[in-house]
Design a binder for this molecule. Sequence first.
Ligand code: FES
Length: 108
Amino acid sequence: MPNASSFTRLPDRRGRAVTLYFEGEPVTAREGDSVAAALLAAGHAVTRTTAVLGTPRGPFCMMGVCFDCLMEIDGQPNRQGCMVPVADGLQVRRMAGARSPGDGDDVV
Ligand code: FES
């Protein structure tokens, strides 16, 4: 269940509505949003947990630098949600704990 969002859409963003699925639940986004922006706007602030302590993390820099937005997107682990544009039907899941050897190595 999402928390109330601390983020507000700018009034000039009027892209077509698209639906992605986060942990199996529908999230309405706007064409042109990144997956991370869409989830934050919908109140989903936690998108992964850390490898050692399981501490919750969420998108921070929104420009591909911090890696706190790692998610599983359409079955591919360790994708940076802030770098992936939304699309209808995307399936997004939280990353939990340490990655397995080879996870995401094929992602450019
Ligand atoms: S939010 Fe920092 S890399 Fe995506």
